[in-house]
Every structure is written in C-alpha cells, then in structure tokens.
Design a protein around this ligand. Structure first.
Ligand SMILES: Nc1ncnc2c1ncn2[C@@H]1O[C@H](COP(=O)(O)OP(=O)(O)O)[C@@H](O)[C@H]1O
Ligand SMILES: [Mg+2]
Ligand SMILES: [Zn+2]
Length: 281
C-alpha cells in the first residue's frame, strides 16, 4: 500500500511527508468531520499541503462541509486524480454516490475502497493526510486503523460525553494497534454571547480535559459552539476561511501548530498490511 522511506510514507503516486492522521470520536455528532475540514485548512494556513480521506462511509459529509464541487478523474481504468477544493485534495465515497442514497458497504468492500484511496490516487506531495474515521470505536474504525499502522490518532469529543464512556475503548484501540495518540480536541466547549462575550458552558465543563488525562495525552484545544460553524458547514464555507480573524479560527491555528510539533516521524520498522483478497464486487 505504501512504504516508509527516510521517515516519509511513499505511496504509489505520492508521498506523505509529515503525518497520516486519523480523526476519531467516541460517538457521532460531536463535530469530527467539521473539525477535520477546519483543521486541514488551518494546517494549510501554516504552509502545508493537506489531503483528506473521508473514511466515514455511512455518514460521509466532507464534500458538503468543504464545498467540494469537482469529481475525481479516473484514467487508465484505475488511476485517480483527486479533486481539490480550497486547496485541499479530497477523496470521499460521496464523490461516487448521492448523499441521500443509502450506502450499504460490507467491510471487505470498504477496505478495498480505502486501500484504493491510498494506492491508486495521485496525491502527489502532501505534508498531512487526514482520515475522517467512522464514528465510534467499533470494528470499522479498528479495521481501518489496522490497515494503516502509521496513523496517529486525534480524538474529538464534546464536554458532556463522559470520559469514562469512551476513554477505555479508545485507549484499547490505540494500545492494540500501537497507534500514537496526538491528543484530544474538545468541540462545542462553550457558547460565547455575541453581546457581552460571557461564556455559557451549555454541555458542562471539563470533559475533554478528563478524557485527555485518562488517555495520558494532551487536550489540544477547546472550540466554541458557534452558529457560524454550523452554517459554514452546511454551505461549504468552513469557519477558518469564512471568519479568519475569529477567536475560534485562532484556536484551530493553535491546534494545528501543536499537531505539527507532536507528529512523530514514520517508523520504517512497522509494515503496512496489504489486502490480499479481491474486494467483493
Ligand atoms: N463548534 C460547533 N459549533 C456549532 N455547530 C457545530 C460545531 N461543530 C460541529 N457543528 C455542527 O454539528 C453537526 C455535526 O457535526 P459533524 O462534523 O457532522 O459531526 P460528526 O462528524 O462527529 O458526526 C453539524 O451540523 C455541524 O455543522
Ligand atoms: Mg462525520
Ligand atoms: Zn450576553
């Protein structure tokens, strides 16, 4: 699928120089996909080339959030040129089906698609490839991580999700796969009144911090609950670009800087698993 050379992931049609980062969450609806897109744009603002793989096959939403207009181009039967939106290269199942269509993927087929996204896509030069995982810590997320043992994991949570609910399972996934934990991002941490700037902790306080402590990692940042984030997500106009001078964008840039400082060099002693069986057609 790829090989590690001089601390970089060398793909068939590309190279990942800094990090392959899986964005995970204990459950759906915490803003994982929104965070993935805005973080990609924040890393780009810091001068990096970034790609996103939307691996949330049932709930793919990256194309809508980033406002993806173009389709991938396929040639020679197999080679794929990924569309880019706002400078971010994106591969999503959403490019191949309509958002309203139910997608019923059996695991082997899904794995085949993801392998194809790594193998057959002309990513060219990337610093970071972000992977929006399916929500939860079930088999699907585990399977994906297993195939890509060089991923480092970023966990998105909200304050009200009790750390103990998800920490154990995430820690187990990370441990089982020997995946590096980059840290925790708390989303929807508070609502800031636009009139008096007072912060309301609608979903309580401290969930992200607790989760980070239990996972023995760092809380990388706390993002506000902001109508503009939801509106931007619906309209394909992400916050980091629509409100570049906002406090929330500053938090994203800060998180991006921390991630840049925390990613570990790819380890050539670890070998990626390659699917042998033909994916079901
Ligand atoms: N910080 C935020 N403030 C306001 N709305 C948000 C925020 N983060 C996410 N949302 C909204 O919450 C909903 C779920 O976000 P999404 O990124 O799709 O979650 P997930 O990928 O975890 O299922 C979307 O409507 C999104 O626009
Ligand atoms: Mg999502
Ligand atoms: Zn107020």
């Amino acid at each position: 699928m790829y090989e590690v050379k001089e601390g970089k992931l060398v793909l068939k049609y590309g190279i990942i120089k800094q990090g392959l980062i899986a964005v995970a969450s204990g459950k759906g609806g915490v803003g994982k996909s929104t965070v993935t897109v805005n973080l990609a744009l924040a890393l780009q603002q810091l001068g990096h080339q970034v790609g996103i793989i939307d691996a949330d096959i049932h709930g793919f939403s990256i194309p809508r959030i980033i406002g993806l207009k173009d389709k991938p181009m396929v040639y020679n039967e197999k080679e794929i040129v990924p569309p880019a939106e706002k400078g971010i290269k994106v591969m999503s199942i959403g490019s191949f089906v309509q958002e309203a269509d139910p997608v019923i993927w059996r695991a082997p087929l899904l794995m085949g698609v993801l392998q194809q996204f790594m193998e057959d896509v002309h990513w060219e030069e990337l610093d970071y490839l972000l992977l929006d995982l399916p929500p939860g810590t079930g088999d699907m997320a585990l399977n994906i991580m297993q195939r890509l043992p060089h991923t480092q994991m970023l966990v998105v949570t909200t304050p009200q999700i009790t750390a103990t609910q998800v920490a154990g399972r995430i820690a187990k996934v990370a441990e089982k796969l020997d995946a590096e934990l980059l840290g925790v991002i708390e989303n929807m941490s508070f609502y800031q009144c636009p009139h008096c700037a007072q912060r309301e902790y609608i979903f309580g306080q401290g969930g992200g911090k607790k989760l980070a402590a239990q996972l023995k990692t760092e809380l990388l940042g706390e993002l506000p609950l902001l109508p503009a984030i939801r509106e931007g997500g619906d309209a394909g106009n992400p916050l980091v670009l629509s409100l570049p001078d906002s406090e929330a964008t500053a938090v994203y840039l800060d998180i991006a800087g921390k991630i840049r400082g925390r990613v570990k060099e790819f380890d050539s002693a670890i070998k990626p698993i390659v699917l042998k069986e033909e994916p079901e057609k």
